[in-house]
Design a protein around this ligand. Sequence first.
Ligand SMILES: Nc1ncnc2c1ncn2[C@@H]1O[C@H](COP(=O)(O)OP(=O)(O)OP(=O)(O)O)[C@@H](O)[C@H]1O
Length: 318
Amino acid sequence: MTAIRTTDLTKRFGDVVAVDGLDLRVREGEVFGFLGPNGAGKSTTIDMLLDYVRPTDGTATVLGMDVREDSEALRERVGVLPDGIGLYDRLTGRRHLEFAIEWTDAADDPDAILDRVGLDDRDAARSVGDYSKGMQQRLALGMALVGDPDLLVLDEPSSGLDPHGIRRMRDLVREEAERGTTVFFSSHILGQVEAVCDRVGILADGALVAVDTVEGLRKTVGAGSELRLRVTEDPGVDIAAIDGVELVRSADGFLRVACSDPRAKARVVTRLTTAGVEILDVDSDDASLEDVFTAYTTNGGVGNTESEASVPVEEVVP
Ligand SMILES: Nc1ncnc2c1ncn2[C@@H]1O[C@H](COP(=O)(O)OP(=O)(O)OP(=O)(O)O)[C@@H](O)[C@H]1O
């Protein structure tokens, strides 16, 4: 089953087209990163998926149910970490969780959830008004986990988190995915998306301009990797003939091997080692997701106006 499916989903606010005919497919059980520059329409899309905002046109289903007709049933199966959650300053963290458990009619142990998000007993007993932003975010994430949801929707989940919190959030997302939860994850922090997401969708001006794995996106924009090797002598191996290698040059005492496919790096090292070449030093760089993101969201995107056609959404999603 497809966990999230939108068809021609559109939202206009007056003259502003926030979401423009969006056709999105998120597979059950995957961690899907939803990226886009400020104002691209990410939050509006999420709001429509959760039936907080009504679309101007188009339809959306979540876990096979229509988001408008089945919104009550969906609330029990979808855990949400909204952007900027409203918490009650005077209530303790534990009380928030207890309320969330009661509302969801779930049987969760609040202590187990507090532990998962890294809040201890003392934190749990304090009023949320005294929490730091990161602690509030941890609590909100805990509330989203209540009731073992089938779909987790996380809008900018790392907002306010310190590096420990970010790591814990990442681990939680992976743990949830391992037990079959679909995770739909919007973020500006591209390194995190790269670390945790199976696939990424990039939104620009309300439309999806790319959907693929990070590796696949790298290939599409032609942003490859460079492998740098220090060897004792001329290797006497035709490195340029190795599959995925684009260019080999010698500079600063290093062999610099440009690869269109990052997997070619391992092939080069194996080939040299097998040929008995001694490698003294090795170093490499991959194009970052930032490079890929920039390529898709500036100057009309990859392939300019053809960018949408260059990554056919239907083709990559069964
Ligand atoms: N309630 C609203 N009324 C009018 N315009 C709105 C409203 N909500 C969103 N918009 C507009 O719709 C567009 C998309 O906004 P949205 O918040 O969905 O983007 P976003 O991708 O989530 O941005 P960010 O990353 O900055 O949070 C923007 O131009 C925004 O100004």
